[in-house]
Design a protein around this ligand. Structure first.
Ligand code: GLC
Length: 739
């Protein structure tokens, strides 16, 4: 550490306490001696360690690195920063640790299917412990983009289509990553991203235009970010997209007025990769200098990867186009997080760290999370669970034994060699002699049907077929949106061919999005949705298939029957002509030369109806649950009151099972039209066979509020309250709110 830095750090106070005041005093002292170039250096994050970057680090011209993961290399860069630069300010090292570092958890969309915030927090904590040990301090997660369009590749990284669930689980990830203290050797600074409304891209096409109302922005897309800010997220990342004509990287109202002022949030904001310079192709910035001006004045404190800040900020400050106060605030925010992370004490990595063997405790977290993420969508005649003592299984399909593809998108550091595939796990569970195997397709997009006959032959030797299909990991994630979200390649034909063998067919789907399964559904006796389940996906799937575990996952997204139904989400508006199950005609039933009539003119598709194949919140178990006796403590709710709504839930089956009891509300009439239902609370409970529990929820005026014309309001009137096992299967009551 440079002599000057030592003097500064200890000039403020004798003790090394990192109390907020002391830290602010240290930052004041640093700012007072920093040159303009050194201040600008703190606002620049760059990928790699080229000779130019190394020299810039020596000059104090770099605040952060990303995509550098070798501990020895990171330590070398830290030594340049702390021992050779004039002030010795350490680097903050960022990395996309999205759903695991070496031990890979299910993709976030799969984690959301667990509806288990404690488990999601535990998964993030495992990722943080592994990554921090290698010298990484900061992860670009959680991704909090509410995702209503299954065509969008990044739905895989999201926590689903619901605002409330995304907020609860996103905050749990922040807590898991950041732990009790950012300075802990097992903590990472979190990054709430992509701020904001990236998931509203038109057509589900990545990076596409977002054009939404202020009400939709505030009621649907911002609350999960507020929840993460309240949970203490150290950083935010702005999104690539525009919102109604203004790219987020230049949106001062979003980044400064709302995030930094209204929410009183004191972390720092980083751009998303080249999003600062992308304001030029957006047609919002004239050139790089203008992009730097727009971004810094909007409140983007650090530029990732591109060089608008290091090249142009100096002259913008000297010309007064960017106020020095704006730059000072950005630098203050960056230094605040570096102090909180303890980087001035110890920014170094453990060069001996080794991940040849993953910690058993981490693998157990991954296995439990993968098990909890599995959603049983169909189980005709209770074909599942299979009999672990006797069933002979033909395992078929491209996803049965692919340790790379099961990890999913955004896996930079996870290694295939650690994966336990379903085939391996099934053989371990029931023995090699009762597991037959034929891949049949080399990968999910494969259309070579030449092995189908061989696959069918082994099915004829078995009691049941389990077919593992889905998407390779690269078919979702950034820049990988699909217009047709059916099974790729010849997978559907494979299922049909195997079904023709006349044995029970179980289909396990591993994918990064809800797939449109209408065509294959009739050929499946059971469907188990596994998302991309991560390192321990195999044992989790094997345990559920053979009843060692009971499925408990619930859908965090609606499943379209057909691609053309997207975007499809449960909390939609009623419209003036709500879709009516009893009042529309499917295309094939419309008489030839039918006269143009208004019959059936409700909001639906004549070739797909309007309903999802599987609704939000849906998921089967190996037991059954009965809901009854919904009670409401009062039918009147006043502005200073609360009331209780309760229901009795009974396990009416033969095995213990977990159930996610969901609470929805519907505001009947509003100054703005309101969604047909909105999730406002849930409770995951375990019930033994025959056990009954009363589950109650408090209803408060705040729970019924929505954003309208700049404020959150709860308007007098009737509200329907629903409690149930999924969005379509609920008990309800009506209350009235009066001021
Ligand atoms: C990418 C992604 C963002 C990621 C960043 C750094 O383009 O949009 O989510 O964190 O760049 O890799």
């Amino acid at each position: 550490m440079s002599v000057l830095m030592v003097a500064i750090l200890f000039s403020c106070s004798e003790n090394k306490s990192t109390s907020a005041d002391t830290v602010e005093e240290k930052i004041d002292s640093l700012l007072s001696v920093m040159t303009l170039e050194e201040k600008i250096g703190q606002t620049w994050q760059v990928s790699g360690t080229s000779p130019e970057i190394v020299q810039a680090i020596r000059n104090g011209g770099v605040g952060s690195l990303l995509n550098v993961t070798d501990p020895a290399e990171l330590n070398a860069m830290q030594r340049l920063a702390t021992e050779e630069s004039r002030l010795g300010i350490p680097l903050i090292i960022g990395r996309d640790v999205i759903h695991g570092f070496k031990t890979i958890m299910p993709i976030p969309l799969g984690q959301a299917a667990s509806w288990d915030e404690k488990m999601v927090e535990a998964g993030a904590a495992v990722a943080a412990a592994e990554a921090r040990s290698t010298g990484i301090h900061w992860t670009f997660a959680p991704m909090l983009d509410v995702s209503r369009d299954a065509r969008w590749g990044r739905i895989a990284e999201s926590l689903g289509e619901d605002t409330y669930l995304t907020g609860v689980l996103g905050a749990a990830m922040v807590r898991g990553f950041q732990g009790e203290s950012l300075s802990s050797p097992t903590s990472l600074a979190a990054c709430a991203k992509h701020f904001a409304a990236y998931g509203a891209a038109e057509g589900g096409r990545d990076y596409n235009t977002v054009d939404i109302s202020d009400a939709t922005l505030h009621n649907v897309y911002l609350p999960p970010f507020k929840a993460s800010a309240d949970a203490g997220a150290a950083t935010f990342m702005v999104s690539f997209n525009e919102i109604s004509g203004i790219p987020s990287s230049g949106n001062r109202e979003l980044v400064t007025d709302i995030l930094k002022q209204q929410w009183a949030w004191d972390g720092f904001v980083v751009s998303d990769w080249a999003s600062v310079m992308e304001m030029i192709p957006h047609g919002y910035a004239e050139d790089a200098a203008h992009a730097a001006e727009l971004a810094m004045n909007a409140g983007v404190d650090m530029e990732m990867q591109t060089t608008a800040y290091p090249v142009h900020l100096k002259e913008l400050i000297e010309q007064g186009i960017v106020p020095m106060e704006q730059l000072d605030d950005a630098v203050r925010r960056v230094l605040r997080i570096k102090f909180a992370l303890g980087l001035f004490e110890d920014p170094y990595a453990d060069e001996q760290v080794n991940f040849d063997t993953l910690p058993a405790a981490h693998l157990e977290v991954a296995r439990e999370m993968a098990t909890a993420s599995l959603v049983l969508l169909k189980n005709e005649a209770n074909i599942l669970p299979l009999n672990v003592q006797s069933t002979r299984v033909a395992v078929i399909g491209p996803m049965a034994d692919d340790g790379y593809e099961q990890l999913g998108t955004w896996v930079f550091d996870g290694e295939e060699r650690h994966s336990v595939t379903p085939l391996t796990a099934l053989r371990e569970l029931v023995g090699n002699d009762r597991i037959l195997y034929e891949k049949a397709l080399a990968y999910t997009r494969d259309t070579d049907r030449s092995s189908f006959a061989k696959a069918k032959r082994i099915v004829l030797q078995a009691d049941a077929a389990v077919i593992f299909v889905g998407e390779e990991s690269i078919l979702s994630g950034e820049a990988h949106s699909r217009a047709d979200i059916t099974l790729p390649g010849a997978q559907a034909e494979l299922i049909r061919e195997i079904k023709s063998a006349g044995k029970p067919v179980v289909v396990v789907v591993m994918a990064g999005r809800p797939l449109a399964l209408k065509e294959i559904e009739p050929w499946c006796d059971a469907i188990l949705y596994a998302w991309h389940p991560g390192t321990m996906g195999g044992p989790a799937i094997a345990d559920v298939l053979f009843g060692e575990s009971v499925p408990s996952g619930k859908l965090p997204v609606s499943f379209p029957a057909m691609s053309g139904q997207t975007p499809l989400y449960y909390n939609h508006k009623r419209t003036g002509r709500p879709a009516d199950p009893g009042n529309f005609t499917y295309m094939e039933d419309i008489p030839v030369r039918a006269f143009q009539t208004s019959l059936g003119n409700t909001s639906h598709y004549i070739d797909a109806g309007y309903a999802p194949l599987y609704p939000f919140g849906f998921g089967l178990s190996y037991t059954t649950f009965e809901y009854n006796a919904l009670t409401c403590s009062d039918s009147l709710l006043t502005a200073d009151g609360t009331l209780q709504v309760a229901v009795k839930v009974k396990n009416t089956g033969q095995v213990a099972g977990q159930e996610v009891v969901q609470l929805y509300v519907h505001d009947r009439v509003g100054s703005l039209t309101r969604p047909v239902k909105e999730l406002k609370a849930y409770r995951k409970i375990l019930l033994q066979p025959g056990e009954e529990q009363e589950v109650s929820f408090g209803i408060s005026p705040e729970m019924l509020a929505y954003w309208y014309n700049g404020e959150w309001i709860t308007e007098p009137g009737e509200f329907e309250i629903f409690i149930g096992t999924n969005i379509d299967n609920v008990l309800g009551c009506t209350i009235r709110f009066t001021e």
